[in-house]
Design a protein. Structure first.
Length: 130
């Protein structure tokens, strides 16, 4: 896969070098609020491999996650997690190409909406982008 991505308007772009080891689906209410969607889909890569271009705004939420977004279009691009120093969490929706690996981890399923039918990574991800 190409290791790059950008926000909706293109003002913020990024590249990274490593293959993601963690591919996370998160149903927590912070992710729901911040994305406006029932889940966040996230790959985790080493911060040292991550290069971002363009102007981002950011804020830290209660869970000590600093969420960075494009100041122009508002796309959420990446996050830093206080409890996981040294890594960057990138929303897969802003990747130029979807990950070829399947999700490895799902969390906060207790706030998953009942109407959302999804096979979590313990089984098989229903829509395999690869
Ligand atoms: Zn943008
Ligand atoms: Zn979350």
């Amino acid at each position: 896969m190409s290791k790059s991505g950008k926000c909706l308007c293109g003002d913020v772009s990024f590249t990274y070098d490593s293959d993601p080891g963690i591919f996370l689906i998160c149903h927590c209410t912070d992710c729901q609020k911040s994305t406006g969607s029932p889940l966040a889909s996230i790959i985790v890569i080493p911060e040292s491999d991550f290069k971002v271009n363009g102007s981002t705004g950011s804020y830290e939420c209660e869970a000590k996650v600093t969420r960075s977004f494009c100041k122009n279009c508002g796309s959420q691009v990446f996050s830093r997690i206080a409890s996981a120093p040294g890594v960057v969490a990138i929303k897969t929706g802003v990747l130029d190409e979807q990950p070829s690996i399947k999700p490895t981890l799902a969390c906060w399923t207790k706030s998953k909406p009942d109407w959302l039918e999804i096979e979590h990574p313990e089984n098989v991800f229903e829509e395999n982008p690869g």
